[in-house]
Design a protein around this ligand. Structure first.
Ligand code: ADP
Ligand code: MG
Length: 679
């Protein structure tokens, strides 16, 4: 139950003055649907303005407040701006320019001959001083004194700065006082304001103390939630699985396991032999050999008389896992079935029967394997592949399946920096596959300007003639899906012209059958070149593919580039990756690409990624990894993260239910709130 104290914060944004259906859409886009979201929509930065008595005192590019008297209005010509010529008190002339509809208001606000106070950025255009779209115009200097430091907020289309500032002001007016959940000693040491003051202050100044306190709150809530989930998980009972090795002994693996694989398997065996359920994350770079670790864990479960299930994020991957497992486990005589959303009718019925009567030992599939209608005889181990696609809530849902909690092994190919593992997966134990199977060669990676397309297709032609296969990746970003698909299709047509029928295309808008057929042709060697948007990001395994071209590589994040590149370099042959960039590179983009060129180690890349993203960029990256955090910037707040974890431990020990509940509700760690209530 959410504490009543928080009610004012959860009032819908629509209740604010001036917010109608039209404004709701851009607000929703920013995630600002309730008072609390708006209050927590902290400024990206602040503009500092200096009040000057004339323009001689102002530097070019400076934000100022100055008194000006308009002398002339110059109407817009064609698509040109509307201009107001205005003089400061010593006769310097400044041009105030307005484009589009803003000129109507300007005309009224700046009547000729009347002194006005103007806030804005002075620029020089040839010999002329200019302020383009002044931020504020007032007839009374008092009105602008409060604007010497002004917050700048993230916007979405349909919103303006003054609009957002107005909504923030309204929301802040409704922010209640909340009881303090931070221990007084800590508050004192850090000189942190109380919650309400911190929220108000964070909108007025860039004072780190206010922001830190709010970020800390969020990290604390997150830590509490993860710890509670962990606790609740431990308190449920699972089936102790002590495999005797009789199935695993029958395997004839085509390789010897690496030290890291052996260590991880031992850790898993240790966990599942317990009656409290395992909750373990297996982190390992692409190609580090997670699948065989999963198989050995599942076989241990089957040896102990139970069933295991393996969940894959996509249809393609589920099929591939199924095929791989069948192959690896061929000698063991276990029944491995595949179930995806596409299985209907009789085929599906017979799988459901097999699960229920226990004749199926291992089930591989997409989320279809956890639908209500799917019942297992004795499911005791769940493997989740490519963990990052599943949020905390899905993880929880899974652990709720069945009377007893199944042991859970999550696997991710995104090597997460150590400092972030805790924040994202704090409820789990972690095994790391930090050693690649022997004989792998580093992928030769080059950064190439797109103008050198001829060289690129030349290298591609040589590779294909030599019997190799290749990937050609076109970018895909959410905002502009159809345009990106059009670009991928155009590239496909071009490459097909050059390389003939050996080229196939895969992208997100194709029907699953079409997509699978193309993938199938590529996987079996029938097609030599696969042109794709990032749908191949996860898991596809075609060892004969030894070249990857990534177009507009500057648009990808490091983690994504690393994942993509991992599709090649899967055999003993030298593989290459060409990172094509278009136009001039920003400094960060250039650094990202050079990190890719210089290292193949996913854990190193993850740490670099964290450094390069730096403060601020995290907010824009929400969808690509850290949906959990709105206020905390994990790159900047690592010390707070550590502090939050130790404090969360103390709070739980004291069993301080009121404060815990308040904080979890404020940050909507609802699942954890439920656990708190039931425990
Ligand atoms: P991941 O899922 O971690 O990306 P996979 O499990 O798909 O990696 O393994 C990548 C490739 O490496 C597979 O072809 C697999 O057969 C092979 N492999 C796994 N472990 C070893 C090992 N110890 N020695 C040699 N090859 C291995
Ligand atoms: Mg894998």
């Amino acid at each position: 139950m959410r504490s009543e104290l928080l009610n004012p914060l959860f009032i819908e944004a629509g209740a604010l003055e001036g917010v109608g259906p039209k404004l709701m859409r851009p607000l929703e886009k920013l995630g600002l649907t309730r008072i609390k979201d708006i209050a927590y929509h902290l400024p990206d930065r602040f503009v500092e303005r200096r009040a000057v008595s004339n323009l001689d005192e102002a530097g070019v590019g400076e934000n100022i407040i100055v008194a000006l008297t308009p002398s002339e209005h110059r109407a817009a010509r064609g698509r040109g701006p509307f201009r107001v010529m205005a003089a400061d008190e010593i006769g310097n002339i400044c041009e105030l320019t307005y484009f589009g509809r803003a000129s109507y208001t300007a005309k009224k606000q700046l009547p000729v001959g009347e002194k006005r106070w103007v806030a804005g950025r002075v620029d020089q255009y040839g010999q002329t001083l200019q302020i383009v779209h002044p931020d504020h115009v007032a007839s009374d200097p008092q009105a602008l004194l409060g604007q010497q430091r002004e917050a700048v907020y993230a916007l979405s289309e349909g919103l303006t700065q003054p609009r957002v500032a107005g909504l923030v002001a309204q929301a802040l007016g409704q922010v209640p006082e909340l009881p303090e959940w931070i221990e007084p000693g800590l508050l004192d040491r850090r000189k942190w304001p109380n919650w309400k003051d911190a929220v108000l202050l964070a909108h007025k100044s860039s004072d780190a103390r206010a922001r830190d306190r709010l970020a800390y709150d969020e990290l604390l809530a997150n830590s509490l939630a993860l710890m509670l989930v962990r606790e609740s998980n431990r308190s449920r009972s699972g089936l102790p699985l002590a495999g005797d090795g009789h199935l695993r002994d029958k395997l004839t693996l085509p390789f010897t396991l690496t030290g890291a694989q052996l260590r991880s398997i031992a850790e898993i065996e240790g966990d599942i032999a317990q009656s409290s359920p395992m909750f373990r994350l297996l982190q390992g770079d692409v190609g580090s050999g997670k699948t065989v670790v999963a198989l050995l864990a599942m076989l241990a479960a089957v040896e102990a008389g139970a069933q295991a299930a393996m969940l894959a994020p996509t249809e393609i991957l589920a099929r591939q896992h199924h095929a791989t497992l069948m192959q690896l486990a061929a000698g063991a005589g276990v029944e491995i079935a595949l179930l995806t959303g596409r299985d209907k009718g009789k085929a599906r019925e017979s799988i459901l029967m097999g699960l229920l009567d226990g004749s199926i030992d291992i089930l591989v599939g997409t989320h279809a394997i956890f639908q209500e209608s799917v019942a297992y005889q004795n499911l005791a181990l769940v493997i989740i592949d490519e963990q990052h696609r599943f949020g905390v809530s899905q993880r929880l849902m899974l652990s709720q399946k069945g009377r007893r909690a199944p042991h859970t092994l999550a696997m991710t190919a995104t090597p997460i920096p150590r400092s972030l593992t805790l924040a994202q997966y704090g409820e789990m134990d972690v095994s790391r596959l930090d050693e690649l199977p022997p004989g792998r060669q580093a992928i030769d990676t080059r950064v190439v300007a797109a103008e050198r397309m001829g060289d690129v297709t030349g290298a591609l032609a040589r590779r294909l003639e030599g019997g190799g296969q290749a990937y050609w990746v076109c970018p895909m970003v959410r905002e502009n899906e159809s345009e990106d698909i059009a670009a991928a299709e155009a590239r496909f047509a071009e490459l097909k012209e050059q390389f003939g029928e050996d080229v196939v295309l895969v992208h997100g808008q194709l029907k699953p059958e079409v997509k699978d057929a193309a993938m199938e042709r590529f996987a079996t060697g029938g097609a030599k070149l696969l042109v794709a948007t990032t749908v191949i990001e996860v898991g596809v395994d075609v060892p004969n593919a030894t070249l990857m071209v990534i177009e507009q590589a500057e648009r990808f994040g490091l983690a994504q580039l690393h994942q993509l590149r991992g599709r090649v370099g899967r055999s003993d042959q030298q593989s290459s990756c060409l990172l094509l960039y278009h136009g001039a590179l920003s400094e960060t983009a250039a650094k990202r690409l050079s990190v890719m060129r210089d290292t193949n180690d996913g854990f190193v890349i993850a740490e670099e990624d964290l450094e390069l993203r730096g403060p601020g960029e995290f907010l824009g990256q929400r969808q690509s990894g850290m949906p959990e955090f709105v206020l905390a910037d994990l790159a900047a707040h690592r010390d707070l993260l550590i502090l939050a974890r130790s404090e969360a431990g103390r709070i739980l020990e004291k069993n301080d239910q009121n404060h815990t509940n308040l904080l979890l509700s404020l940050f909507e760690r609802d699942s954890a709130v439920k656990f708190l209530a039931s425990g």
